[in-house]
Design a protein around this ligand. Structure first.
Ligand SMILES: [Zn+2]
Ligand SMILES: [Zn+2]
Length: 345
């Protein structure tokens, strides 16, 4: 099978071709695993974090990609709930221990043995992959393969971020950064919290215009002063300045939810502008979002089908994975990027 392999840590700014095309044997599913013929795989900012070493794969080479949509091509001998031909999705959750306190309480995203698709196990930048049957979810019919892929990460983690905001209908929500995840959050908010106004903070004018076209009540630069203070803000940027600015724009008792697996180091000095009375006092909170649970993915897909949420996608071939990653790094396009790997008749 064709696959795009990550062999080493690379600085994409210096080497825009971090992944290598390879021909590999099709993997065989173990007893409780499914073999998936991959149709599409979303391209996520977390791949940049893996490639550049901020969240390091434990072994090389590894096939990245954790927003996988495909059909089951073969099942292991102990698989019970899925059959060949069914369309399924694989998200960031690949496996966990299954018996610790976190796993038993539905918080497997926090398990010490948490394994991520496309980092700790081979993922979706390939024609096939294997995955435990307990880790996949069915994809609602309403979505095409390309539409479904970005929902599995950007959408599911956006859903979890919004859940962690503890927002009530009518309370003001801020979004800093307006990429794949944030634009899906805006669509969710308009459905779940119809009286909530959303303010969007983004450096890019294109992103701000996109936000306003989707119904944001206000959009400005990260350091612009919004018309009101926000009850919660979700930060999806890879850097630090927006964190400090967001804390300033929070209302008393407000919560900043940081949806980023890692932050980049470039502007870390900006944290020295943190001023306790202005940014933290009055019971402001900061919470990070770690991974997603299987429940998040399933609940979100159900919600997304109901709304319905159809992400705006740009398609690339598997061989164009480096180009998609480079463009993501440059932040030049809006919406979600998807590798179209196999087109069924
Ligand atoms: Zn992702
Ligand atoms: Zn566990």
């Amino acid at each position: 099978m064709k696959a795009m392999l990550l062999n080493r840590i690379v600085d994409i700014a210096l080497d825009p071709h971090p992944l290598e095309a390879a021909g590999l044997p099709v993997p065989q599913p173990a007893n409780n695993e499914l073999l998936i013929r991959i149709h599409t795989c979303g391209v996520c900012h977390t791949e940049l974090d893996e490639i550049e070493g901020r969240t390091m794969p434990p072994h090389f080479p590894v096939i990245p990609g954790h927003q996988v949509v495909g059909r089951i091509a073969a099942v292991g001998s102990k698989v019970q709930n899925y059959a060949v031909g069914e369309r399924v999705g694989v998200a960031w959750f690949y496996s966990s221990c299954g018996y610790c306190e976190y796993c038993r309480s539905g918080n497997e995203n926090l398990c010490a043995k948490f394994k991520a698709t496309g980092r700790d196990a081979d993922g979706g930048y390939a024609e096939y992959m294997v995955v435990p049957e307990s880790s996949v979810c069915r994809i609602p019919e309403v979505f095409s393969d390309s539409e479904a892929a970005p929902l599995l990460c950007a959408g599911a983690i956006g859903y979890r971020s919004l859940r962690l905001c503890n927002l009530k209908d009518g309370q003001l929500l801020g979004l800093t950064g307006f990429g794949a995840s944030a634009h899906l959050v805006l669509k969710m908010v308009r459905f779940q919290f119809p009286h909530t106004k959303v303010y969007v903070f983004a450096r890019s004018v294109v992103e701000r215009q996109f936000a306003l076209s989707l119904g944001a009540a206000w959009a400005g630069d990260t350091s612009d002063i919004p018309p009101d203070l926000c009850r919660a803000i979700i930060d999806t940027t890879p850097v630090w300045k927006p964190v400090v600015m967001a804390l300033k724009h929070l209302a008393p008792g407000g919560r900043l939810v940081i949806n980023a697996i890692r932050k980049e180091e470039l502007d870390k000095d900006f944290l020295l502008n943190l001023n306790y009375p202005q940014h933290l006092w009055l019971e402001k909170e900061i919470k990070s979002v770690a991974n997603v649970t299987r429940r998040d993915v399933m609940d979100f897909l159900e919600l997304a089908a109901k709304i319905p949420i159809k992400p705006r996608v740009t398609e690339y071939s598997l061989g164009e994975a480096n180009k998609a990653l480079y463009e993501l790094k440059q932040g030049r396009t809006v919406g979600a990027k998807v590798l179209k790997i196999f087109q069924p008749e």
